[in-house]
Design a protein around this ligand. Structure first.
Ligand SMILES: *[C@@H]1O[C@H](CO)[C@@H](O)[C@H](O)[C@H]1NC(C)=O
Ligand SMILES: *[C@@H]1O[C@H](CO)[C@@H](O)[C@H](O)[C@H]1NC(C)=O
Ligand SMILES: *[C@@H]1O[C@H](CO)[C@@H](O)[C@H](O)[C@H]1NC(C)=O
Ligand SMILES: *[C@@H]1O[C@H](CO)[C@@H](O)[C@H](O)[C@H]1NC(C)=O
Ligand SMILES: *[C@@H]1O[C@H](CO)[C@@H](O)[C@H](O)[C@H]1NC(C)=O
Ligand SMILES: *[C@@H]1O[C@H](CO)[C@@H](O)[C@H](O)[C@H]1NC(C)=O
Ligand SMILES: *[C@@H]1O[C@H](CO)[C@@H](O)[C@H](O)[C@H]1NC(C)=O
Ligand SMILES: *[C@@H]1O[C@H](CO)[C@@H](O)[C@H](O)[C@H]1NC(C)=O
Length: 602
């Protein structure tokens, strides 16, 4: 054999060995497809940044209803067991529509014995699938792709089994490696992805479904509430049927949960999955309905785990978790293009550690905390609401106005109507439990000279002023922008038995007032506590004093809303909700548009 020939074969084999260069791509430029030609999805693909980098979804719905709620003997599964089942809890791809695409570039110059592996650096959280024809094959790190497959290029998909709940455990980033071995050469390429954050909805997002509670069959009041809510929803132009949670005495659809979503780019716009966060209240069985009633195709749940969620602390309720619509902080300059969580603390106590950590882990809506411990129930939705507005921000702040509430009655007294009944509601629809009738036998003059009412008014006004100060400083809204809704306050025992005795037989769950203090509750059904459906607002009718055939408190509330340009629908929640310390917002929830391209709004 001549030496020339030897050199030629050496060159040939070395070119064979060194020439191949594996490449795996994802939708790094976020246009909804993996670009195999050019370098649009190649540049910077192995390092995820806010501006660039592929996104994938938690695939945690239950598309085929295969999750069980009870064990074989019919016992309810524990909260953690109940939450642990979802479409990604096995190794089968049930919902290919929710995987993010990955592709390897076809490699021709490899030997027929070449092999490849695909693996994630955090393999316990993510699943990788290989598409062969109509089949999706689960790929573990040991799976070997042969030369035929490598030459054709691999069409892969990735999803997550979990949410990011603690960044010290996992911050959502994942690096996928594609390793090709041929003869004596092994080469690896990487692509970085990040799990989509779970984002809370705000009031400006279009509503898709309104949720309430079927209620206990024996309560006519809840049935009337649902009828009126349904009719108002219809008038607001929301035509999807009311979603009703199961019959239970726990009618607080707002408090059981917080609807959210996760989304990623798709070829025809965002691909998204709903994630409903169960409130951290593990002794509140109605909250399990996140998994037993709402989880389904494209809808998953989050179960906070940790000591902070023991029992049923009101500070952990969904009504105490709202979202400021998108704004840029006037104070710090920080942008919140997806809005920012607003939650109330009860003096030293904040929402459970598990939930706060979860919110912070999602990074984009870092919670702003205001004081809500001065309220008997203690939720931010008892005195604040964000309404769409025709201004630069697109929204304004509606707040309770306790002094204005008291002044409605003072004015009536001054014009000689002090003897008129303060309430215009009757007991017709309500069977009080064990004869515990609320005292509704008050005249206007009694109310305005009542020490408790006067003190509650002062206490509420002071605390609302502080919260408003924080929110105006943050958002740049001015006092003139505020929609101030007259709202009369009293103590937590005034209007009904529901405040002191928990109506679900559980131990008291309110935060005790500060020493020498009492916490306040609403005297009349509170209109501030309403539902925003586009430019419609559904809230409670006041049932205030009737003078000359007109409910003067209701009129004052209606006047105040005029400044907002919203179409307001008033419904009767007196015996269904108000008497137990909440109103329309507390008794309902909303599922809103999830097709939100958060990555392009940064
Ligand atoms: C592939 O492997 C087989 C069996 O190990 C061997 O006989 C063959 O020579 C190899 N082919 C190449 C191109 O290396
Ligand atoms: C390569 O793998 C595919 C799928 O696993 C298989 O169908 C095919 O027969 C393999 N080809 C060779 C040459 O081993
Ligand atoms: C996320 O965690 C990885 C390690 O798993 C780390 O390399 C990366 O810098 C982290 N990213 C952020 C934004 O903290
Ligand atoms: C691969 O390695 C083996 C042993 O280390 C060696 O005999 C062989 O020549 C190498 N082949 C190539 C193509 O480098
Ligand atoms: C309905 O409420 C009544 C009275 O509070 C109670 O006795 C009954 O057990 C409840 N039924 C259901 C299905 O919760
Ligand atoms: C209400 O409508 C009027 C007239 O179009 C407009 O000037 C005003 O800014 C609107 N108010 C809000 C809060 O959107
Ligand atoms: C109520 O009105 C009467 C008569 O107009 C007045 O004398 C009285 O002081 C008023 N009560 C209060 C508490 O303002
Ligand atoms: C309501 O108050 C009036 C006058 O204070 C009293 O005569 C009446 O008995 C009371 N009614 C009830 C149901 O307490």
């Amino acid at each position: 054999m001549g030496s020339g020939m030897y050199i030629a074969s050496l060159l040939l084999s070395s070119s064979l060995v060194c020439a191949f260069s594996p490449e795996i791509r994802a939708d790094t430029n976020r246009d909804g497809v993996v670009d195999l030609g050019g370098n649009t999805d190649a540049v910077g693909k192995d390092f995820w940044t806010e501006d660039r980098g592929a996104i994938f979804l938690p695939n945690i719905g239950d598309a085929e209803g295969r999750c069980y709620f009870t064990d074989r003997s019919g016992q309810d599964l524990s909260d953690i067991e109940l939450a642990s089942c979802n479409d990604a809890s096995g190794d089968t791809l049930i919902t290919p529509e929710y995987v993010a695409p990955l592709h390897t570039i076809p490699i021709q110059d490899i030997g027929s014995n070449a092999t490849a592996h695909v693996a994630a650096d955090l393999s316990s959280y993510v699943r990788i699938f290989w598409r062969r024809g109509s089949e999706w094959i689960y790929i573990d790190p040991e799976f070997i792709f042969n030369a035929t497959a490598i030459r054709a290029g691999l069409e892969l998909g990735i999803d997550s089994r979990a949410l990011v709940a603690d960044p010290d455990v996992w911050n959502g980033t994942v690096k996928i490696s594609f390793t090709v071995a041929d003869a004596n050469t092994t080469k690896t390429d990487h692509v970085a992805l990040k799990l989509a954050p779970v984002l809370l909805h705000h009031h400006l997002q279009p509503p898709q479904r309104l949720i309430s509670v079927l209620g206990n069959d024996s309560t006519a009041a809840q049935h009337r509430f649902i009828r009126e809510l349904d009719a108002a929803k219809q008038m607001a132009g929301l035509n999807t049927p009311l979603t009703l949670l199961g019959s239970s005495e726990d009618v607080w659809a707002q408090d059981l949960m917080e609807p959210a979503f996760a989304s990623m780019p798709g070829p025809n716009g965002p691909i998204s999955i709903r994630v409903i966060l169960r409130a951290a209240q593990n002794s509140r069985p109605a909250g399990r309905q996140v998994f037993t009633h709402l989880r389904g195709r494209g809808i998953g749940g989050f179960q906070p785990v940790g000591s902070g969620g023991l029992g049923r602390r009101e500070v952990n309720s969904g009504g105490n978790v709202e979202t400021i619509p998108p704004y840029t902080s006037k104070k710090t300059g920080k942008r919140y293009p997806l809005g920012r969580i607003l939650t109330g603390q009860h003096f030293e106590e904040k929402n459970s550690e598990a939930m706060m950590k979860f919110f912070q882990s999602q990074q984009l809506q870092d919670p702003l905390v205001i004081e809500a411990g001065w309220l008997a129930v203690g939720h931010v939705d008892e005195f604040i609401s964000f309404l769409p507005a025709d201004n630069q921000l697109g929204f304004t702040l509606a707040v309770s106005d306790p002094v204005a509430g008291l002044n409605v009655l003072r004015k009536a007294n001054e014009s000689g109507h002090g003897g008129v009944d303060a309430y215009s509601v009757n007991l017709r629809d309500w069977a009080p439990p064990q004869g515990a009738e609320p005292n509704l036998n008050w005249t206007i003059s009694q109310v305005i000279s009542d020490e408790t009412v006067l003190h509650a008014t002062t206490r509420a006004q002071k605390n609302i002023d502080s919260a408003v100060h924080v929110l105006l400083e943050e958002t740049g809204l001015t006092k003139e922008d505020l929609i101030r809704i007259p709202h009369l306050f009293t103590d937590g025992e005034f209007s009904g038995p529901g405040h002191t005795e928990s109506h679900d037989g559980l131990p008291p769950h309110m935060t005790p007032p500060k020493e020498g203090e009492f916490n306040v509750a609403s005297f009349y059904p509170a209109a501030i506590n309403g539902v925003v459906l586009d430019d419609h607002f559904i809230c409670a009718r006041a049932f205030g004093p009737v003078i000359d055939g007109k409910d003067i408190f209701q009129e004052a509330v209606e006047d105040a809303f005029r400044k907002s340009n919203m179409t307001v629908h008033f419904i009767d929640d007196f015996w269904s909700h108000h008497i137990n310390g909440g109103d329309v917002h507390c008794g309902s929830n909303t599922l809103r548009d999830t097709a939100i391209p958060w990555w392009s709004q940064q």
